[in-house]
Design a protein around this ligand. Structure first.
Ligand code: F6R
Length: 266
């Protein structure tokens, strides 16, 4: 794992935007894996700014989102499709049919299972994901892979944990139906990406971040599976990094990496 600790949440967003633009510049038909939630909003804002100032075009980019709530329409105010359209897709030149969010409106198990299989097939057909953006849940989830999810899991129906339902309650109006099920890429699907970039900001994420980076490899912390990925970058602000035992070491590593990049091995 490459652990990068930056002064602020804004720096985390800028760093992530640089990584996305680098992948787009390097590939003829880049494939991005995208996340929803509060954390990547600043990244998407920055990508829109860079698109508007002609620093990047998404014309040849394909995207796959991690997850979608089961049982609400794409057009629902709280669907992840609506979130992505609002925060990114509608503001850039990505071709709408090249943006993929799991289709999860059906309440029929067979239809959802087929939708999950089709999603895996579409990722394969696109040539796999070049860079997967991730956030982390308070309980260590990635996508909606809740604690005890198999490290080999693929896109499937997942029941949300109580902690996740409570954390996401803020987005739903009082009395409004809040889904307890989601269609999510599996941990195995995420680990198949060529590279992953997990963003975490704020004090509330510090425990989960510590478990992911320094805890044992454990299904109790799904994000710890990223320890198995050969190109996983974890980019944190100071608060999210505050409980790391080896914080100074990660900063030292980053300094050495920069020096090496400049041809200095001292
Ligand atoms: C959403 C997703 C989730 C979030 C996580 C953190 O697509 O994959 O794993 O990344 O719940 O959410 P925030 O950023 O709102 O704290």
């Amino acid at each position: 794992m490459q652990v990068i600790i930056l002064p602020s949440a804004r720096d985390v967003a800028l760093y992530a935007a640089d990584c996305v633009v680098d992948v787009i510049d390097a590939r003829t038909n880049p494939v991005l894996g995208l996340a929803t939630g509060s954390t990547p909003i600043a990244l998407y804002k920055e990508l829109v700014v860079r698109y508007q100032s002609k620093q990047v075009s998404f014309r040849h980019t394909t995207s796959f989102n991690l997850d979608e709530y089961i049982g609400i329409a794409d057009s629902h105010e709280q669907s992840y499709r609506t979130f992505m359209n609002r925060h990114l897709f509608d503001a850039i030149d990505i071709i709408a049919t090249n943006t993929h969010v799991p289709l999860a409106e059906s309440q029929d198990a067979g239809t959802l299972k087929k939708s999950a299989q089709d999603y895996e097939a579409s990722i394969q057909q696109a040539g796999g994901i070049d860079l997967q953006i991730l956030g982390i849940g308070l309980n260590g989830h990635i996508g909606f892979n809740e604690p005890t999810s198999s490290f080999a899991s693929r896109t499937r129906i997942k029941t949300l944990s109580e902690s996740t339902v409570i954390a996401n309650k803020r987005f739903f109006k009082d009395g409004e139906f809040q889904p307890h099920l989601a269609l999510t890429m599996g941990i195995g699907t995420i680990l198949d990406s060529n590279a992953v970039l997990l963003m975490a900001t704020g004090k509330a994420k510090a425990e989960a971040v510590k478990a992911m980076i320094e805890g044992p490899l454990s299904a109790m912390c799904p994000a710890s599976a990223l320890q198995l990925h050969e190109a996983a970058t974890i980019v944190l602000d100071e608060e999210a990094a505050s409980l790391l035992a080896l914080k100074e070491y990660y900063q030292w590593c980053e300094q050495k990496r920069q020096q090496l990049h400049e041809g200095n091995v001292s």
